[in-house]
Write a protein that binds this ligand. Sequence first.
Ligand code: MG
Length: 379
Amino acid sequence: MTRPLVVLGATGSIGRQTLAVAEHLGAEVSAIAARNPSDDLVVLGRRFPQARVVATGGSAEERESVRSALGSRALFGSDALLEVAGSEGSTVVNGIVGAAGLRASAAALGAGNRLALANKETLVVGGRVITDLAERHGGEIIPVDSEHSALFQLCSGGESVERLILTASGGPFRGRSRESLADVTPSQALAHPTWQMGARITVDSATLANKGLEVIEAHVLFGIPYENIDVVVHPQSAVHSLVELADGSLIGHIGATDMRIPIQYAITHPERLPAAVERFGLAGTSLSFEKADPETFSALRLAYEAGRRAGSAPAVFNAADEIAVEAFLAGRLGFLGIAEIIERTLELHDWTDPQSVDEVLAVDRSARSLAASLVAGVC
Ligand code: MG
């Protein structure tokens, strides 16, 4: 039996797939949360009639319409989000996009819960503050990100792992020169070849900033030094990642590109149960691997640099990227401008070593405002 599920970011891509997995497993969903008190959230609330339903944002009018549809199950505001995330004995699936997911992760771990983590920022921004919190309160972090789920499974084999190899699809602009990327549009960047995901992560896949965030996330999760974490471009996204052992053997994780698999594993671990997904057909499939190009896709290089600087640098990398991607999607910044904003924000910010969630979030806020003023300056 799985523990009751608390699904954060319920109306997003990870949230919806988590709810599908919950139905497949027959798992109890005790709470769902989203930012907007939308009709979509009401529909989900009706689909899971036992669940508390949280909306953190929205107008008084929108909240009222959710309240009148769902009654006392409907809860509002950030405190309600932290309350459901901190319900003891739960598995909290955190599919919130961006740094907003950090406090919810901290609340889940502070209550000793299992955190099925799809929110990259929790580890990238929170770093050691988050892993210390998990240790202190007996909380458990099981990654949902496909690469980290693969690495988590590969690292559970009891062998000592020397190197992590994260695979990257390369995104829609794989193999392109830097010059040819100057004029790409948001719609071109949003056309991801293999994975269906939200807007920010899809743009992050096109710049390789996403892979950079994943390198930092892998370092925090598995404690492997940066020089032993590699990225290899693998356009088919069939090998989700690999580990290298002492004798040079590589062990990889192959499967369908379907997030329901890592979501389900994070919920059922250490058990592995049948999944309602298409099986991966190996025969007739060609798998290829290429060197990543951190000069053209400089966000990847910058992520390694930020990771090595540690302290506030990874949080600054993330905040600057989030602001820059927003500006790119709104047509206020060119594609190559995304990495430029990250680089300049990293250069200009005052490095600190945050010791608490509050301090981490203060770094996040100041980096955002620095990045936003840099974006405004390049218009
Ligand atoms: Mg990934």
